[in-house]
Ligand binder design. Structure first.
Ligand code: NAD
Length: 357
């Protein structure tokens, strides 16, 4: 089958890690007899330098025409002083909005070979965890009404958390669907003891849960969730939550894996087309040195195969290859412990391709 994948390499280490993922996708295509057609577009600071805008129209059109989009990272000190709407990071919000992506999927998993990197107690790390955080991406307090005024207490400011039945229903559906192909448990996180928007959140999630009785559904308050993630992360399978709670909890979850260079993400909307990217940034401090860890982007490519192209076996081929390479002791600098020799980005990529073949 022929599939079209739009590539947005971006800035900093973006081009080298996206090239790594392309090499791995080519290896998968060869093994499973597929054809992937890749087309690259500019985004971020690189796009600004060429066109005066971080998200050129041609990039948006190319992404809309593709079956899936793979992004490296954007940003860097060179563009830090630009006005907000021209900064590289504005292109991320722009492309997500243009593609109608409202669900952010962030897996946080501990690899047996990398347990030493986990900052939690050794017995907790030994129990392992494999969590998928499903975060609502386009609603809630980040997009609600806000303002400033002046009252008896001086200047005041306010932001509004507002969610509709439809917004909650569609993100819950993504979570329940994901749980079906995992351990079958959804933990819905809210603050229903205080917030009215959370009480609606809970009602809608319960309605959705009633439609999928084979999935276990548990409610948890966000303050408790923040504690449980460090106390007993193995209790979680899929977590579904609002934009702001998801923002905070997904960063906490990524930290307990101990390695930012390992974590992929997906942003999905109503159709199958999605945007896939590592959770880390453009790492300007190591850009051009050839030492970036490409695994987060390679694992993002696995998510792309699973969620946009429906190629589950092929996705697992990549994930198994990454596990095998880690088990062999291959490490880039960010995941090497003292005494271990670090390989380059290209060497890590070659090791994953070899494991696939
Ligand atoms: P960062 O994630 O780029 O880097 C943080 C640290 O982690 C650095 O020391 C970096 O070298 C290291 N690191 C990150 N990815 C790595 C990898 N794959 N392999 C090895 N080491 C890796 O975060 P930052 O330094 O706060 O931000 C740098 C730039 O990236 C900023 O301009 C920021 O706005 C941007 N940013 C972009 C995205 C995105 O494109 N989605 C996300 C976050 C930050």
């Amino acid at each position: 089958m022929q599939h079209t994948i739009a590539l947005l390499p971006g800035d900093g280490i973006g081009p080298e890690i996206v090239q790594a993922a392309v090499d791995v996708l080519e290896a998968v295509a060869k093994k499973h007899r597929h054809t992937f057609a890749f087309q690259s577009y500019d985004i971020g600071g690189t796009a600004y330098d060429k066109t005066g805008h971080p998200l050129p129209e041609e990039t948006v059109a190319g992404c809309k025409a593709a079956d899936a989009v793979l992004l490296g990272a954007v940003g860097g000190p060179k563009w830090d002083t630009l006005p907000g709407h021209l900064r590289p990071e504005a292109a991320l919000l722009g492309i997500r909005a243009a593609l109608g992506l409202y669900a952010n999927l962030r897996p946080a998993k501990i690899y047996p070979a990398l347990k030493e990197a986990c900052p939690l107690r050794t017995d907790i790390a030994a129990a392992g965890f494999d969590i998928l955080i499903v975060r609502e991406l386009t609603g809630g307090i980040y997009f609600g009404e806000r303002g400033r005024g002046r009252g008896p207490g001086g200047e005041f400011a306010w932001d509004t958390e507002k969610y509709s039945w439809q917004e909650i229903g569609r993100i819950a559906e993504v979570a329940f669907r994901a749980a079906k192909s995992r351990k079958g448990k959804v933990t819905s996180i809210d603050k229903a003891n205080v917030l009215e928007s959370s009480r609606l959140w809970r009602e809608v999630v319960h309605e959705m849960a009633a439609l999928t009785p084979e999935i276990e559904c548990v409610d948890m308050l966000v303050d408790n969730a923040a504690m449980q993630l460090v106390r007993n992360p193995s209790q979680f399978d899929v977590i579904v939550t609002s934009n702001m709670f998801g923002d905070i909890l997904s960063d906490e979850a990524s930290q307990i894996t101990g390695s930012i260079g390992m974590l992929p993400s997906a942003s999905l909307g109503d159709g199958t087309r999605g945007l896939y990217e590592p959770i880390h940034g453009s790492a300007p401090d190591i850009a051009g040195k050839g030492i970036a860890n490409p695994l987060a982007t390679i694992l993002s490519a696995a998510m792309l195969l699973r969620h946009s192209l429906g190629l589950e076996a092929e996705a697992q081929t990549i994930e198994n290859a990454v596990e095998a390479v880690l088990a062999q002791g291959v490490r880039t600098g960010d995941i090497a412990v003292p005494g271990e020799t670090a390989v380059t980005c290209a060497e890590m990529t070659a090791a994953v391709c070899a494991a696939i073949a």
